[in-house]
Design a binder for this molecule. Structure first.
Ligand code: BTN
Length: 261
């Protein structure tokens, strides 16, 4: 099936903000992040949106795989935005990107620190940000994968959520178009101002706030939002701890099962 991508409309809205911006749609690639990192390392620092209708080796955080559906481009939206970026402080970029995604899609979506978009208690989308140097320039690749249609659990504890659960007509082209301009604006605002001013907005969408959490570094406690640098705050038995390591992942403790008497 041929997908009609809004490449021109996206280019027209984004190019005035990002001179030299191009949009490229590929039927298949190993990973849009891998491809843009390869190009950057080969000395191509131009701003670009790369969309793949199918990824054969999609990557997630912490070395994990990112599985798309098998039905090319229909059930999952996978793309990466590559651009030169020079923020004074990089901390909180994934949270700023996540906010742009949830704000442009639906009020019911929540952010699970540091990189996930969740719907109720299931993951809907993931964000993978990588950077490299090209001479004096720093180049960022912001990869986003969004489940549009329901799909199998693929070894996950629970099947992922799907955007059509809250936006019944959602498809890959319309979802991409809804996100792109707000995403570019958010990344540029982050470059100028950093994360600090977004703290309140993050708290309004924070999936973990006030919940019991377990971190892979062993920290357990109650999530208390994030600090001005985007570090997760956890109220533990020993006091307030900050989790900022990209190597740590966090999960909410499910509420205790209730039993009928
Ligand atoms: C995660 O959940 O850990 C992050 C998932 C990021 C997936 C997207 S899909 C587009 C881009 N290309 C990749 O290989 N990964 C990101």
């Amino acid at each position: 099936m041929t997908i009609r991508w809004p490449a021109e409309a996206i280019w027209e809205s984004v190019a005035p903000l990002l001179p030299g911006f191009t949009v490229e749609i590929l039927p298949e690639i190993d990973s849009t992040n891998t491809e843009l990192m390869r190009r950057a390392r080969a000395g191509q620092p131009e701003p670009i949106l790369l969309v793949a209708e199918r990824q054969t080796a999609g990557r997630g955080r912490l070395g994990r795989d990112w599985h798309s559906d098998t039905d090319a481009g229909l059930g999952t939206l996978t793309f990466s935005l590559g651009l030169p970026l020079q923020p004074a402080d990089w901390s909180g970029l994934s949270l700023a990107v996540g906010l742009a995604v949830v704000h442009s899609l639906h009020p019911a979506l929540r952010l699970k620190w540091p990189n996930d978009v969740w719907l109720q208690d299931r993951k809907l989308a993931g964000i993978l940000i990588e950077t490299t140097s090209i001479g004096d320039l720093r180049y960022a690749v912001i990869g986003i994968g969004i489940n549009l249609l329901p799909r199998a659990a693929d070894g996950l504890r629970t099947p992922p959520a799907a955007l059509v659960e809250v936006l019944p007509g959602a498809d890959a082209p319309s979802t991409l178009e809804a996100i792109m301009l707000p995403l570019v604006r958010a990344v540029q605002a982050f470059e100028q101002q950093g994360f600090g001013d977004l703290r309140t907005a993050f708290h309004a969408r924070d999936l973990l706030y006030g919940r019991e959490v377990v971190c892979t570094d062993g920290t357990t406690g109650t999530a208390r939002g994030v600090d001005a640098g985007g570090a997760l705050l956890v109220h533990t038995a020993g006091g307030l701890e900050k989790i900022s390591s990209a190597e740590v992942s966090v999960r909410p403790v499910p509420p205790a099962a209730t039993t009928d008497t």
